[in-house]
Each structure stands twice: as structure tokens, then as C-alpha cells.
Design a protein around this ligand. Structure first.
Ligand SMILES: [Cu+2]
Length: 330
């Protein structure tokens, strides 16, 4: 068995670790500064625990054999106490746990609040999707961030408690209705990572997931530029199609006829809709508008009233674009 990777797992930073280590073996790959620190502390704890596990068990086995009854029917004579031994087994563990506390606390304090001047992204959780608002007002269902910069997430929920968890960044923080929570990261490698909801929040909890994309600065600026001007750059139908996924409609509505949490949008426009109260209506522009602003005014037969209002989350032109797009989903 080749254990040559063990010393590398203890080294503190991503940069110091050669490419040949088992990155992603015990943990997901290290995608942030916090990840290196987190794994470092974990490995120290594991080695300390492993050392004492072996020591105590070896001693148990040794003494069991040495003093087994058949060899020494009389209990061995022991002195009432041994000052040196007692001092040693008090001081060593005390120093050890104080040190473990220190490295754990140090990491916790560093991770608790973002450094000043961090790039701020507002995160909103709602059943069952994530929404990210960037400093320039752009909203998106993916978390895009520049590499090597401190990024602060300021988060709240529109309904129940959710939790932002990015395993590769080793961050996890609850997202609570009625108050802001925060967490931050500094991504060390470009690429795509999953962000998962880590607090059970209902039927579709397991699919409450968002993509995290880390770019280098120029690529990030480019992405910002392209996504900031959706409505200016694209036709309303094209922009509507993008918005349909950016605004997370896709989490509940398919466009291929399969009902999900909500009805499929296929052939919806222009057709007659049946509601739980027995009334009907033909789906026109005003109907879609109402569905977005007051989703529970008319609840489609066979579905639960779980769509939350998009009042304040969609600009008028965005709503127009989505309506134009839904007309084409036939
Ligand atoms: Cu959730």
C-alpha cells in the first residue's frame, strides 16, 4: 500500500500540494481557501485520534496478555499513585486540546465574517430554487463569481429555512426567512461546482440545487456584460426563454408536456384551463401575468398552490419576454 500521500494531506494550502495527491479522495476537491484550512484541521484531528486509538488499544492488548489471570492469579501490586505519570497525562492532553481548540476557533473566526471590500452577492432561497442578485442588479439562478477574490453572500429566504452548501468550498450556512445570514468564500480554481440545499424544505428539496461558476476576472466581466443586457441583445422570445430558466421557472414547469410540481407550459397558451374551484379560463397574456403576480388567484386543477408570487422579482419587460416565449411553447 502506498501511503506517500499522507504527508501531503497535512500541508496547509492548495498551492503547496502537488498535483499527485489524492485531491477529492477524502473530500471533494478544494475549491476555496477555506477548503485547504478546513481539511488541514480535519486531518490533524484524524491523526491525533488515530494515534490515541492505536496507543490505547495496543496498551489494552498488551496488558491483557501480560496480566492475564492464568499468569498472575493475584492482582499485581500497584503503587497508589505516580506523580510523574499523572503530570504527564494531564499536561500533554491539555496542551493538545487547547491547540485543537485554537486551530478550530481560528478557522471559525476567519470564516465567520467576510473581509471588508468583498464582492457582494445577494442570495434568495425559496421553494425550491436559488436566486442570486449581483451588485449591478442582475438576477440569475446561477452563482457566478470571480476567482481569487473575496465573495460575500448575504442571504435570506422567502419561505422556510434552507441552507446554502458548497461542498468544494467547505461552506454551509442556513438561509432563514425574516433575517439575513452571511457566509463568504475565496475560490482558488476556476470551474463549475454544485450548490445544494442542506436543510430539508419539502417535496423538491433534493432538487434544490444551483450551479456555481468560477471565472477568472476578464471572463467574469464578460459574463456580466452578456447577462446584463439580455433584453437589449436578444429578441423577446429568446430573452424569455433564457429568463424562464434564469428565474427558475424550470424548477417547476417543463416545456415538453411532462407535469412537474407545476403544469407543463407546452400548449398552455390559448388553451382552456380548469381550476380547483371548478371555473375555467382561456390562457391569454393577462392570465399569464396574473399567474406570475397572483399565482393563487386561480389554481390549476390537479396542482397544489405552491407557486410564490414574482411580484418585484420580474421587471415589466422581463414579464413581457416570458409571455412572448410561452406563446411559442407549443
Ligand atoms: Cu431548501
Amino acid at each position: 500500500m502506498n501511503l506517500s500521500f499522507l504527508p501531503y494531506l497535512l500541508t496547509a494550502t492548495q498551492q503547496e500540494r502537488p498535483e499527485t495527491t489524492l485531491d477529492g479522495f477524502l473530500f471533494p476537491v478544494q475549491g476555496s481557501e477555506a477548503a485547504a484550512q478546513h481539511d488541514h484541521v480535519f486531518m490533524i484531528l484524524m491523526y491525533v485520534a488515530g494515534f490515541f486509538f492505536l496507543l490505547i488499544n495496543a496498551a489494552t492488548v498488551y496488558f491483557s496478555i501480560k496480566y492475564r489471570k492464568s499468569k498472575s492469579p493475584e492482582p499485581p501490586k500497584s503503587s497508589s499513585h505516580n506523580n510523574t505519570l499523572e503530570i504527564v497525562w494531564t499536561i500533554i492532553p491539555t496542551v493538545l486540546v487547547a491547540w485543537l481548540f485554537y486551530i478550530g476557533m481560528d478557522g471559525y473566526v476567519q470564516r465567520r465574517y467576510a473581509p471588508e471590500g468583498s464582492y457582494e452577492i445577494k442570495v434568495t432561497g425559496q421553494k425550491w430554487s436559488w436566486n442570486f442578485t449581483y451588485p449591478n442588479g442582475i438576477q440569475h439562478n446561477e452563482l457566478h463569481a470571480p476567482m481569487g477574490e473575496n465573495v460575500r453572500l448575504i442571504m435570506d429566504s422567502r419561505d422556510v429555512i434552507h441552507s446554502v452548501w458548497i461542498p468544494e468550498f467547505r461552506i454551509k450556512m442556513d438561509v432563514v426567512p425574516g433575517r439575513y445570514t452571511e457566509t463568504w468564500f475565496n475560490a482558488t480554481r476556476a470551474g463549475e461546482y454544485p450548490l445544494k440545499c442542506a436543510e430539508y424544505c419539502g417535496t423538491e428539496h433534493s432538487s434544490m440545487y444551483a450551479k456555481v461558476v468560477i471565472h477568472d476576472r476578464p471572463e467574469f466581466d464578460q459574463w456580466m456584460l452578456e447577462n446584463g443586457n439580455l433584453l437589449a441583445d436578444l429578441s423577446p422570445v429568446e430573452a424569455g426563454e433564457k429568463l424562464f430558466s434564469i428565474k427558475s421557472c424550470v424548477a417547476c414547469h417543463s416545456t415538453n408536456g411532462t407535469p412537474l410540481v407545476g403544469p407543463s407550459m407546452k400548449n398552455m397558451f390559448g388553451s382552456e384551463r380548469k381550476f380547483t374551484d371548478g371555473t375555467t379560463a382561456v390562457a391569454d397574456e393577462n392570465y399569464i401575468r396574473e399567474s406570475l403576480l397572483e399565482p393563487n388567484a386561480k389554481v390549476v386543477e390537479g396542482f397544489a398552490p405552491v407557486m410564490t408570487t414574482f411580484q418585484g422579482l420580474l421587471k415589466a419587460e422581463e414579464m413581457d419576454a416570458i409571455i412572448e416565449y410561452l406563446k411559442t411553447v407549443q
